[in-house]
Write a protein that binds this ligand. Sequence first.
Ligand code: NAD
Ligand code: WQD
Length: 331
Amino acid sequence: MKILVTGGTGYIGSHTAVSLIENGYGVVIVDNLSNSKESVVDKIREITGVKPVFYNADLLDKETLGAIVKREKPQSVIHFAGLKAVGESVAVPLKYYGNNVVGTINLLEAMAENGVGDFVFSSSATVYGKPASVPIREDFPLSATNPYGATKLMIEGILRDVHAADNTMNIAVLRYFNPVGAHKSGLIGENPNGIPNNLVPYMMQVAAEKLDFLRVFGDDYGTKDGTGVRDYIHVTDLAEGHVLALKKLEKKPGMVVYNLGTGIGYSVLEMIGTFSSVLGRDLPYKIVERRPGDIDECYADTALAEREIGFKAKKSLRDMFEDGWNFQLKN
Ligand code: NAD
Ligand code: WQD
């Protein structure tokens, strides 16, 4: 069975391509390389022994996209391609609405024209806005706090409407919490351009002495030690979640929405403690002001995904840091 993976040379897409191949699926990647490198295709081959088909194409190029879907006739599509930097989305919102929303509409149209009916979408815990309580269940109220989050919310709404209009379309919306870590080979992982915005990539660069110290954004939150609490999930666990979601779609369930997280919240200070123990030295940090827009706590209620698709994250926080650090050292 052939799966079209948009954004498949990116961070989560490349790990999912590996899991798909290991589970016997054929993989066709479409990526415009705006935030990844074509060399990832060879790394996927090195890990799995199978080289995915690769198209360097932009979802905004409707004609080329339509031709690819027509030629490949995939059974399902997993849609990772999108822009994801929250701060940049505030500065250049139209770029985000154009790329993420229009790109998704083009993809759905190409699927409809070619009779492809199974769709898995990369959504985010950001759609819960500032949750009233934790752990967060899928039926909690949704809201957006920045244009990036608004694109995810809009796309989820578009998918609900598309499904209402055509209930032969099977859709899985996966809301990721905080993906971190890397494949244990160290061949693929997260390699952000410039100074990272996210916690773990920033910690990696401090440990590699490319940055002097970690700035801990506030220690006066209503959490166990005052620092922000998040649900970090190993990217290979997350990748496995996509295989389980595809298997669910093969049973034609209609539309489903699942959180993909571990259900465990770790504070920034706990993150520093675990990484320091993996490194065998203290990671330097300073407490600074809160980062605007941050929330106290965000972690998943994972019961629905466990019950309906058998998803349960297996890897520990230590695994996430060991594998992330291994990737950092090799790259
Ligand atoms: P990534 O940037 O590593 O991967 C996205 C890929 O999409 C990149 O390879 C990029 O080149 C490609 N792309 C972007 N726009 C495109 C377009 N118009 N046409 C073709 N290719 C295009 O990001 P990631 O971390 O792997 O995230 C994958 C998806 O998961 C994104 O939709 C993101 O919003 C979502 N997500 C990510 C996180 C996270 O923390 N990493 C959390 C929740 C949700
Ligand atoms: C985690 C914690 C920070 C950096 C973001 C997006 C979200 C989703 C995942 C895509 C917070 C603290 C961070 C630093 C710090 N992406 N921190 N120093 O904000 O939970 O979520 O990525 O969908 O949409 O908003 O992740 O890694 O930026 O922050 O103290 O240098 O680490 O305050 O408590 P976040 P993050």
